[in-house]
Design a protein around this ligand. Structure first.
Ligand code: DGI
Ligand code: FE
Ligand code: FE
Length: 188
């Protein structure tokens, strides 16, 4: 399947460039940390496929695909594109690989005990070359030295951003952070 062609025809220029950046970065991280680069490529290409859809349309598709979502996700339009992207990957692109599906599903919030590919897509989404936000350089530097450290800095950054904006913090977001921090303290 020519994902590049598909994405170019579906996403606007800005989101296409972002997606290309995530693909390149995810492949680099996959090589560095020993993940499957073909899976990284597919997950990266499809991670924001549902992003252009509006709230009402997203809710309709979520119902159509029979996805059961928690209230915290349903009330946050920003979060819907991740589970919906997973369903589209599965039912429209025929992807059945659980690692790819998980990486798309949790690319926005993260989750407790993230598999390697999910961590890579989460981080690649934040540090790809066209991104720009305060604190990004520190995350980029850490990303190629220590994956878990980079994730903690990213998650701290996102949580502080959500607090400043007075947004609801999804429980997957803080559980993802707590899990990594607890495990670092245990030394593994
Ligand atoms: O889709 P992208 O823009 O590439 O990036 P993304 O999938 O990480 O989505 C970013 C948005 O998601 C950003 O506006 C912050 C929001 N977000 C991330 N975690 C949470 C969250 N929003 C809420 N309400 N709660 C969260 O835990
Ligand atoms: Fe996204
Ligand atoms: Fe993205």
């Amino acid at each position: 399947m020519n994902y590049d062609e598909i994405i170019k025809n579906t996403l606007d220029e800005h989101r296409y460039m972002h997606t290309k950046g995530v693909v390149d970065t995810a492949i680099q991280l996959a090589d560095k940390y020993g993940a499957d680069r073909d899976k990284a490529l597919i997950a990266a290409y499809l991670h924001d496929f549902a992003k252009p859809l509006g709230y009402e349309e997203s809710l309709k598709l979520i119902e159509k695909f029979g996805i059961i979502l928690d209230e915290e996700t349903l009330e946050n339009p920003e979060l819907l594109h991740a589970p919906l992207g997973m369903a589209i990957a599965k039912y429209e692109f025929g992807i059945n690989d659980e690692e790819i599906l998980d990486a798309i599903r949790y690319h926005t919030t993260g989750k407790e005990n993230m598999p390697l590919l999910t961590k890579i897509i989460y981080l690649a989404d934040l540090i790809e070359p066209s991104r720009n936000f305060d604190g990004l350089e520190k995350i980029r530097e850490a990303a190629y030295k220590d994956l878990n450290q980079a994730l903690i800095i990213s998650m701290n950054n996102t949580i502080v951003y959500l607090i400043k904006k007075n947004h609801v913090i999804h429980s997957d977001t803080y559980k993802a952070r707590n899990f990594i921090i607890r495990n670092l303290h245990r030394g593994n």
